[in-house]
Design a binder for this molecule. Structure first.
Ligand code: SF4
Ligand code: SF4
Length: 179
């Protein structure tokens, strides 16, 4: 068996909750960048980053859209950090059946952060004036075979499970008409 290892640069966005002031510029630029045509509109409900805001408690939590999950979890814990109470769901990145977060408002399809594919820098990071969002890079070893994950297939499969293949086909057809 081949022991070949390749290096892969993994980029992640680090969130500093204490610096976030809830301005929502990140939501505006993300939804605008992903509008079709690009920059034609902005609607935070279409953003891949959402800022959970509770100004009375000075609580702002930016959360990135992660993977779609077919089943809701059982986690309903509360956390107290620096005297502020957080619901466990606040930190969750999943688009899940029990809440509306990270779902495209018209189709209900799950949204996922794509790190602003094609841009030099994630736009939410660029637009965050207080550096609550910063890019971090790390290098990881990957096996040769792991270089082409079948993420797309897995994503489509779970969507087909949820919406049915007919509806998925309709949605894809409508999306290609818009282009
Ligand atoms: S742009 Fe920065 S400060 Fe404004 S809401 Fe987003 S993360 Fe918070
Ligand atoms: S990195 Fe890009 S796609 Fe991801 S949340 Fe930020 S603006 Fe949206």
């Amino acid at each position: 068996m081949s022991e070949d290892k390749k290096k892969k640069i993994i980029k992640t966005i680090k969130i500093d909750v204490d610096k976030c002031n809830g301005c929502r510029a990140c939501e505006v630029i993300c939804s605008s960048f992903h509008a079709s045509p690009k920059y034609s509109s902005n609607n935070p409900a279409r953003s891949r980053i959402r800022v959970i805001r509770d100004p009375y408690r000075d609580l702002y939590v930016p959360v990135y859209a992660g993977e779609y999950t077919v089943a809701e979890c059982a986690g309903r814990d509360k956390y107290t950090i620096d005297g502020k109470e957080y619901d466990e769901c606040l930190f969750c990145r999943a688009s899940c059946p029990s809440r509306d977060a990270f779902k495209e408002p018209d189709s209900g399809l799950p949204l996922k952060c794509d790190m602003c594919e094609g841009e030099d820098e994630p736009l939410c990071v660029k637009w965050c004036m207080v550096d609550a969002l910063t890019v971090e890079e790390r290098e990881e070893d990957v096996d040769e075979e792991e270089v082409s994950p079948e993420e797309l297939e897995i994503g489509l499969e779970s969507l087909a499970d949820k919406y049915g293949i007919e509806k998925l086909r309709d949605i894809v057809a409508r999306m290609s008409e818009k282009d």
